[in-house]
Design a protein around this ligand. Structure first.
Ligand code: IPM
Ligand code: MG
Length: 353
């Protein structure tokens, strides 16, 4: 297969980890006889430094012209003083909305080898943690009208039925291939948008009688996530709640440096990135954990290129290296650890057809 992949290393450790992702993608191409062409795209702080804005039209077009995008991370203290529309994060939001990536998948699972890294007690994680957040990514309060008034400010949260249906369908379909449960998280006791989510998702659930649907208020959900994470299979929610809950979900696995994500739309195009941030304090030091990015590459092969065997090959190699004791410093728990590039090498070495 011929693949055209846009690389957006971004800021901080972004370049360190994207390099390892490319290493793994190239190894996959070698093993399975694919051809990959890369196109480099600037977004975030690096774009502010070069062009004065976090995302140029040109760079957005370059990313769009690819079949899929691999992103490292954006942001850092260097750009913290910038006004809202000139911050690096705005580049990320511009990519998401500019490419129409409404469906954000954030899986959180505990690897048995790393279960001691979870901040939760053994008795709580005994039933396992394996959930996936389906976060709406291009609507809601993030993209509503926002303004300063003479003595205040407002951010508008609005949703249409169409925006809800298209992501809810994806959540139901994913649940079918998993444990068959969708939990819609909202604040329907207060917010009108949440009542619309509830009504719309309930109606749609008639098309998926084999999937169990339950509802949870977001405050309760944030508690249930640490009380009994095994309750959750597919967690479906709007943009801001998804932002907050996916950080919580990732932390209960104890290894935020390991969690990948995918941002999708209705065709095969997608953007893939680690869940963690740009960690500017360790940038360029060969310390960062590349596994989240490497697993994001596996998601890319699965969702954008329908290459399930190749995706599994990467995931198996990650699992094998973990059980062989390969660790970067963030997951070493006081034991031995290796650097970013060496970790990428160890995983690549364990990949086999
Ligand atoms: C995330 C991040 C972004 C978000 C920021 C960087 C704009 O927190 O991807 O979760 O809020 O969506
Ligand atoms: Mg976030």
């Amino acid at each position: 297969m011929d693949m055209r992949i846009a690389l957006i290393p971004g800021d901080g450790i972004g370049p360190d980890i994207v390099r390892e992702g490319v290493k793994i993608l190239n190894k996959t191409a070698d093993l399975y006889g694919h051809r990959i062409e890369y196109v480099e795209v600037d977004a975030g702080g690096i774009s502010i430094d070069k062009y004065g804005i976090p995302l140029t039209e040109d760079n957005l077009e370059k990313a769009k012209s690819a079949d899929a995008v691999l992103l490292g991370a954006v942001g850092g203290p260097k750009w913290d003083g910038m006004p809202g529309d000139k911050r690096p994060e705005k580049g990320l939001l511009g990519l998401r909305s500019g490419m129409g990536l409404f469906c954000n998948l954030r899986p959180a699972r505990i690897y048995p080898e790393l279960s001691s890294a979870s901040p939760l007690k053994d008795s709580i994680i005994a039933n396992g943690v394996d959930l996936i957040v389906f976060r709406e990514l291009t609507g809601g309060i993030y993209f509503g009208k926002k303004e300063r008034t003479s003595d205040g400010a407002y951010d508008v949260m609005s949703y249409t039925e169409g925006e809800i249906v298209r992501i809810a369908r994806k959540a139901f379909e994913a649940a079918r291939l998993r444990r068959g449960r969708v939990t819609l998280v909202d604040k329907a006791n207060v917010l009108e948008t949440s009542r619309l989510w509830r009504e719309t998702v309930k109606k749609l659930s008639a098309d998926y009688p084999d999937v169990e649907l339950d509802f949870m208020y977001v405050d309760n959900a944030s508690m249930q996530l640490v009380r009994d994470p095994s309750h959750f299979d597919v967690l479906l929610t709007e943009n801001m709640f998804g932002d907050i809950l996916s950080d919580e979900a990732s932390q209960i696995t104890g290894s935020i440096g390991m969690l990948p994500s995918a941002s999708l739309r209705d065709d095969s195009f997608g953007m893939y990135e680690p869940i963690h941030g740009s960690a500017p304090d360790i940038a360029g030091k060969n310390i960062a954990n590349p596994i989240a990015t490497i697993l994001s590459c596996a998601m890319m092969l699965r969702y954008s290129f329908s290459l399930e065997d190749e995706a599994r090959c990467i995931e198996d190699a990650v699992a094998a290296s973990l059980s062989d004791g390969i660790r970067t410093s963030d997951i070493a728990a006081g034991g031995n650890y290796i650097g970013t590039a060496e970790c990428g090498d160890e995983i690549a070495r364990r990949m086999q057809r």
